[in-house]
Design a binder for this molecule. Structure first.
Ligand code: 4AZ
Length: 864
């Protein structure tokens, strides 16, 4: 596989807020309702008028009427007043429970080990004193003091002493804002300083308070799983969720791990296994804090779902503490995580003065996630007769929802411009021989940072012998005006004169004529596809024909290839054609690719039969690390064929417990002699060729190999074979079969597919140790034929790649899978790696065996 792209035992007490907010203040409401009862009594008194005396009644009628109205009015008024008072005391002025977490920095006393243990008498003494100091600080603030209910000191760490606390307040609603403001600005007051026994004074230097992390106050949970761990010099300490790996973590739990290191050290924490409930399914998550208070403002990361072990899940603290918190809900339970941590000396400064012609530098601890609260400056100076430039090869400074134009949180600043987010390789030029790069990380949410190179260039010629892109990148002059965007900002494709073999797009770009009307928007403005032969009110079929728009989805195949009836949003039973999906009951459907899409489209449901395939347990989460290495379990159908002599020689794909699909040419040697299948070993569940004894790997011999009878070893037509394993493999998270596409299954031009393998990472190069993955696109068959020797491309082949070059399968990938992610998150085997003209050459796509075309043969041979 080749991707030539440029590097594009102190328990921690956490406060449980009371669930209901009842208070004595409610009682005052009742008082007023008693008054209402009194009034009812008054009204009842009216009923005792002597109704027998009609005259009297008549005479006194108007007076009585007025009195009655007056009484009703008074009653109404009183009830209104009572209602208002009830609302005022019960709702408007009802007290709210507020909890703040924070820490205080104390000076004037040294940290001792006993302070790490919340059960020690020393802890209790200091906690008592600190609590008094904090309450003294509150006392000086009228927006805080009257509402304070309770404070607890929960932990201490070095520096000189940092005390972590929570405070609870009961505050009327209309005072909440003032309390929030006051707590955000809470200041240590001198009066909080306390004379200690004897000669010296312990003083509060700073106090910070944050509202409790909303993630932890949502629900009451069992928090019996709390642990305190201290790193040992030169030793890696590991910890796991309770029960891991034999049983699932507890439900409705809040587990905490307090991680500590020696003073002047920082902690490196890595999750080596991480398998929680998927993020979109439940509410289980892990949060890591760069402090011992679980406050959002110091959260480094929030993780859920599962990650393969090759993800970069390493985090570095800014001081000698970290807090790891696991929150779980009532539903589904998963294995959990295993993590390890160790201490490292705290770097005194990051950044450097760099004086050389060229060199490299990177964000602190790269590729681990950088610590929060960093400010580093690299002052780069190249020889005076040259100018300086910096190229960022990897750049990950992303936080969700952060505006990329202002970069208010983490950023890199060069030439007074701030850069943040996730970026492909980019270059920044200086107009002098100096350039300085500043890196800033704020106090929360970290990413994996950047790696960069600095270089010098000639003032008058930034790219000797090459074309200088506006991005600062240097590319070969031959790449200018060739229709491909090599500069990434397309500056190599601007102001071009189109050659004979090119056409001009409406937006001015020149593109190869053979891309005209190929079903892909190559111009970027659609102009190469807009003016294709079809007249007005016509649509283009996948086969290039034009039909009137009114004929789309009319139940008839007007195109001749069925593409006008493919995606009509309904499933009709239609007359069977070569391109219509046939159910087991012989009914044919108008719907394209109905198999295993989660909808029962056939009346006999046969399109959803045999769909225990194409699913993976480890799919990519949000990006954690760039690169093209696969993750364990990401491609659970990938097989590696080995012989004793050659080691890995070909890939294959698991289609059932007993059968794999590969390329016919894999079973012949360089002299086209058949390989003896008894010499071949198949490895399933493998990620790293150097780690074949890994417990996830299952190894089998081959019982037999069946090559396609029409395989042509000159043209590689019908380049397919199936092999039966010596005994069935066991399916698990790392070993799963792929789905096979029906003969009618369409992988349209432009669709992106994934090819995987341990093949060479460059033409004539060495194979990869870690399974590589590469995203490539289906290329129009006609375009492909015009790029290759036309007769070489048969209907049993599909062309897939990137015509710009640089991305391709290569030697050693042969026989391996080309897969497509389809509806219902199901993956299908679209192709088998077959051949190509070299690897990753421009305009020379990779050639794959079209599996749908050979589907019937696979079924005949294997029953799958
Ligand atoms: C091979 O020799 C091979 N570029 C596989 C794929 C390609 C080239 C060669 C496609 O196994």
């Amino acid at each position: 596989m080749k991707d030539y792209r440029l590097p594009s035992e102190g328990k921690m007490n956490i406060y449980h807020p009371p669930s209901g907010a009842t208070s004595k203040a409610y009682v005052s409401g009742l008082k007023y309702s008693n008054k209402l009862e009194d009034m009812n009594g008054l009204e009842e008194g009216l009923e005792f008028l002597p109704t027998m005396n009609a005259k009297k009644v008549e005479k006194r009628g108007p007076k009585r009427c007025i009195a009655a109205i007056a009484i009703v009015l008074v009653c109404l008024l009183l009830s209104l007043l009572a209602g208002f008072l009830v609302w005022h005391f019960r709702y408007r002025n009802a007290p709210v429970q507020k909890v703040y977490n924070g820490h205080l920095r104390l000076v004037g006393r040294n940290f001792i080990d006993a302070y790490e243990n919340s059960n020690s008498p020393e802890f209790a003494d200091l906690a008592r004193e600190v609590k008094k100091m904090l309450i003294n600080i509150y006392k000086n603030n009228q927006d805080v003091s009257p509402f304070h209910k309770e404070t607890q000191i929960v932990a201490f760490s070095e520096g000189s002493i940092i005390a972590y606390y929570w405070s609870e307040f009961s505050v009327p609603k209309h005072n909440v804002e003032a309390l929030d403001r006051a707590m955000a600005n809470i200041q240590a007051s001198n009066e909080a300083g306390m004379k200690q026994r004897g000669s010296y004074e312990m003083r509060v230097e700073t106090v910070v308070a944050f509202p409790s992390d909303p993630d932890i106050i949502k629900a009451k949970r069992d928090n019996s799983c709390s642990y305190a761990l201290h790193a040992k010099e030169g030793v890696v300490t590991s910890f796991t969720t309770p029960g891991f790996p034999n049983s699932a973590y507890p439900s409705n739990a809040r587990c905490l791990w307090v991680l500590r290191a020696d003073a002047d050290s920082v902690i490196s924490l890595t999750f080596t296994t991480f398998d929680l409930e998927p993020c979109n399914v439940g509410n289980d998550f892990v949060k890591v804090y760069d402090t011992l208070s679980p406050v959002e403002a110091h959260a480094l990361v929030k993780l859920c779902g599962s990650y393969g072990p090759s993800y970069n899940l390493t985090f570095v603290s800014s001081t000698n503490v970290l807090l790891v918190m696991l929150i779980t809900d009532a539903t589904e339970r998963y294995p959990g995580f295993k993590a390890e941590f160790f201490q490292m000396p705290k770097k005194k400064n990051c950044g450097a003065d760099l004086t050389a012609i060229s060199g490299t530098f990177s964000s602190p601890y790269y590729p681990a996630h950088y610590p929060p609260g960093m400010d580093c400056v690299w002052n780069i100076v190249v020889p005076t007769d040259k100018r300086a430039k910096v190229r960022f090869n990897n750049f990950f400074l992303a936080e969700p929802g952060i505006p990329l134009n202002s970069c208010p949180k983490d950023y890199v600043e060069v030439n007074n411009v701030k850069y943040c987010g996730e970026k492909k390789q980019f270059v920044i030029l200086s107009k002098t021989n100096k350039i300085s790069v500043r890196f800033h990380s704020d106090l929360s949410l970290v990413d994996s940072g950047f790696s960069a190179e600095f270089m010098s260039y000639q003032t008058n010629d930034p790219c000797p012998g090459k074309f200088a892109c506006n991005t600062g990148r240097c590319i070969a002059k031959t790449l200018r005006c060739d229709g491909y965007n090599d500069c990434t900002d397309a500056s190599d494709e601007k102001n071009c004169t189109c050659t004979e073999k090119q056409f001009r797009c409406r937006n001015g770009y020149c593109k190869p004529k053979l891309w005209f009307c190929d079903g892909m928007d190559d111009c970027g403005d659609g102009s190469d596809e807009a003016e294709c032969k079809c007249p007005a009110n016509n649509i283009r079929c996948s086969n290039g024909n034009c039909i009137p728009e009114s004929k789309k989805c009319d139940g008839k195949d007007d195109c001749g290839d069925g593409s006008d009836e493919g995606s009509c949003g309904r499933v009709d039973t239609v007359s069977c054609k070569t391109y219509t999906y046939k159910c087991r009951n012989n009914q044919c459907l108008s719907k394209k690719n109905p198999e295993c899409d989660g909808n029962k489209d056939c009346s006999d449901n046969s399109d959803e039969d045999n769909c225990n395939c194409g699913k993976r347990f480890y799919s990519k989460q949000s990006r954690i690390v760039g690169g093209e290495d696969s993750d364990e379990g990401e491609w659970p159908w990938q097989v590696s064929f080995h012989t004793k002599d050659t080691g890995h020689f070909c890939g294959a794909t698991l289609i059932s417990q007993n059968w794999v699909v590969s390329a016919a040419h894999c079973f012949q040697d360089d002299w086209r002699r058949h390989l003896d299948h008894r010499t071949i070993t198949a490895y399933m569940g493998l990620l790293d060729q150097g780690d074949r004894s890994n417990s996830n790997v299952q190894q089998r011999g081959l019982k037999r190999v069946i090559r396609h009878p029409y395989f042509n070893d000159a043209s590689y037509d019908n380049d397919i074979a199936v092999a039966e394993l010596s005994s069935p493999v066991e399916f698990n998270k790392y070993i799963q079969p792929i789905c096979l596409p029906d003969v009618t299954h369409d992988f349209p031009v432009g669709k992106s597919l994934w090819v995987t393998g341990w093949g060479a990472t460059q033409e004539s190069g060495n194979g990869a140790s870690i399974l590589q993955k590469l995203e490539i696109r289906v290329i129009n068959q006609t375009v492909c034929r015009s790029l290759m020797v036309p007769n070489d491309v048969t209907d049993r082949m599909m062309c897939v790649g990137v015509l710009t070059g640089g991305k391709d399968a290569c030697q050693g990938d042969s026989g391996g899978p080309l897969v497509s992610l389809e509806a219902n998150n199901t993956l299908f085997l679209a192709g088998v790696v077959s051949w190509g003209e070299g690897c990753a050459k421009r305009n020379k796509p990779g050639m794959y065996t079209r599996v749908s075309a050979l589907r019937a043969w696979i079924k005949e041979q294997t029953g799958v």
